[in-house]
Design a protein around this ligand. Structure first.
Ligand SMILES: Nc1ccn([C@@H]2O[C@H](COP(=O)(O)OP(=O)(O)OP(=O)(O)O)[C@@H](O)[C@H]2O)c(=O)n1
Ligand SMILES: C[C@](O)(CO)[C@H](O)COP(=O)(O)O
Length: 259
């Protein structure tokens, strides 16, 4: 795929469904303990976000990927210019990230529309920090949702007993886990529906939009839950870097053995 230019037309004369990935990559990684934004930490020899974009690049159903960066971010451009960063250099970039993940996603949706995407096109929002996502699972999500009226997300049924704590980290209650899922990404919705749902969510004081689905739910719709993978973890805490690296190296060894 050649590097797209602003203003490229996305309109397909055959009227087929189109799927765009939007990767929020404008966080600071404050919980990660890293010196800089966690998406640029090196894992198994390359920046974390490059693993994420490489996984997306292997999903041929995607018509393009937009990476949403902080306004002052020049690290991504430097990475994309490096020799082994084909997946990154093929992405659209927009330095429009906001103060929260939802604001970054919202700005990214507008950027996609300004580039020619249509409100009726699908967008798959995927955290830059989920570098272990399986391309096959993304394909499963697309297959499960492409004919759905609402859309959906990868998620895992929670296997553990759940406790709510008090302020002293003592158990206040056991929370029933029946039908409780842990939300992952990608989360896939129509661009226009998601844009409007997030805008409506911003206008409410009682709603914290921590993922796309929560905005869609607040709009009265019920996203479809599609089983993801236990290793599609979001690198969040300091110890996650070593775990993610081990998993990436393990996958590399497995694919070498099968080559
Ligand atoms: N203002 C923000 C905050 C987060 N993100 C992105 O959203 C994804 C999930 O967020 P999270 O894991 O919370 O990342 P950070 O906000 O960077 O981490 P922390 O909350 O620990 O500061 C990440 O890929 C992150 O870069 C973003 O684009 N814009
Ligand atoms: C979108 C998400 O990854 C789904 O689990 C998660 O909600 C992001 O949360 P964070 O507060 O940005 O870490």
């Amino acid at each position: 795929m050649t590097s797209p230019q602003r203003g490229d037309s996305f309109t397909h004369p055959d009227g087929r469904q189109r799927f765009f990935a939007l990767v929020p990559c404008a966080g600071s990684g404050s919980r990660s303990g890293a010196a800089g934004p966690k998406q640029y930490e090196s894992l198994a020899g390359r920046a974390l976000v490059l693993w994420t974009l490489e996984a997306l690049a292997r999903v041929s159903e995607l018509d393009g990927t937009l990476v949403v960066l902080s306004p002052g971010d020049d690290q991504f451009a430097a990475l994309a210019a490096e020799g082994d960063a084909e997946a990154a250099s093929a992405c659209w970039r927009a330095n429009v990230g906001g103060g929260t993940r939802a604001e970054s996603v919202y700005a990214g949706l507008h950027d996609l529309l300004a580039r020619g995407a249509l409100p009726s096109d699908w967008v798959l929002v995927h955290d830059a920090a989920r570098c272990l996502v399986h391309p096959d699972s993304i394909r499963r999500l697309i297959a499960a949702c492409r004919d759905d009226a609402v859309g959906g997300l990868l998620a895992m049924p929670v296997p553990d007993t759940l406790k709510r704590s008090d302020a002293q980290a003592r158990v206040a209650e056991t929370v029933p886990r029946e039908r409780i899922w842990a939300a992952q990404t990608p989360q896939m919705f129509r661009i226009g529906v998601l844009r409007d749902a997030i805008a409506a969510g911003f206008a409410r004081r009682d709603l914290l939009i921590t993922d796309e689905a929560s905005a869609i739910e607040a709009a009265g719709l019920a996203p479809r839950l599609v089983r993801g993978d236990f290793d599609n973890l979001k690198v969040t805490w300091p110890e996650d870097f070593a775990l993610a690296e081990r998993l990436l190296l393990g996958r590399a060894q497995t694919s070498k053995a099968h080559a």
